[in-house]
Write a protein that binds this ligand. Structure first.
Ligand SMILES: N[C@@H](CCC(=O)N[C@@H](CS)C(=O)NCC(=O)O)C(=O)O
Length: 241
């Protein structure tokens, strides 16, 4: 049995939901509440980071290790290219986007979103336990403070993150030259990683979250500025998600 411990809002968790769905694997999700997730994760691992995949009695943490594990254990519909050179390229892209897009999209978005509990609380409690909303409402000010500190949110870092995201998108744009995929001619873990980690800026329906009708203006502006440079994310979502 496969169980994914996750936050529905987390783009690293979306990377794994997508990988599991793409490989047509049956799994159940345990949606945890940010801040309170440690009560659950500490029973499984020493580090509280999600996603965590539990398969029978094996516990795998870190999205890249989870995809390794899935491809080794369930080789059908592989996400890791077989050919050594292409495999290395896919792993390099995945590592690059995990660091240059994942961390910075999260910091950049939360730097605005945290001022809007009406948006963030539904994200954090989506398909979670019944007591999620009242608990979140009560602890939101403390959680917001903790997130500002752990994500190192300040005006300078927000500007830095914006630049890092733009640079990474430009690098991908130049590399793709209109190709469908990042590596070779097939869909791979590199595409899932890049598209899932950029998804909060494109808000695709298949992410599985109820996106807000309106979001903070600076985020809208950033998305507008990126324009068609990230159209490929929506294309990958409609073709492979
Ligand atoms: N490198 C990790 C990053 C995962 C990550 O940053 N997860 C965040 C949510 S987006 C998290 O669980 N934060 C809470 C915590 O660390 O306790 C991966 O690829 O899985």
């Amino acid at each position: 049995m496969l169980t994914l411990y996750q936050f529905p809002i987390s783009h690293y968790c979306e990377k794994i939901r997508w990988a599991l769905d793409y490989k047509k694997l049956k799994y159940t999700t345990k949606n945890l509440l940010p801040g309170f997730h440690r009560f659950t994760t500490k029973k499984l691992v020493s580090n509280s980071m999600l996603p965590i995949l539990v398969h029978d009695n094996k516990v795998v943490q870190n999205s890249s290790d989870i995809i390794d594990y899935l491809d080794e254990t369930f080789p059908q519909l592989p996400l890791t290219p077989q050919q050594e050179k292409l495999k290395q390229e896919a792993l390099d892209w995945e590592k690059y986007v995990d660091k240059e897009i994942g961390l910075h999209v999260r910091r950049f978005c939360y730097s605005y979103l945290l001022d809007y509990p009406s948006i963030v609380i539904p994200f954090f409690t989506h398909n979670g336990p019944w007591y999620g909303k009242p608990l979140m409402k009560m602890f939101y000010p403390k959680l917001k403070k903790t997130m500002i500190s752990t994500l190192n949110i300040n005006a300078e870092n927000r500007a830095r993150s914006k630049l890092r995201i733009e640079r990474a998108i430009d690098k991908i744009h130049t590399h793709r030259q209109g190709d469908r995929y990042l590596v070779g001619n097939t869909f791979s873990r590199a595409d899932i990683a890049a598209a899932a980690l950029l998804a909060p800026l494109c808000q695709p329906e298949k992410y599985g979250l109820d996106w807000p009708l309106q979001q903070p203006e600076p985020l809208e502006i950033m998305i507008r500025e990126l324009g068609d440079k990230i159209n490929w994310v929506s294309d990958l979502y409609s073709q492979h998600r």
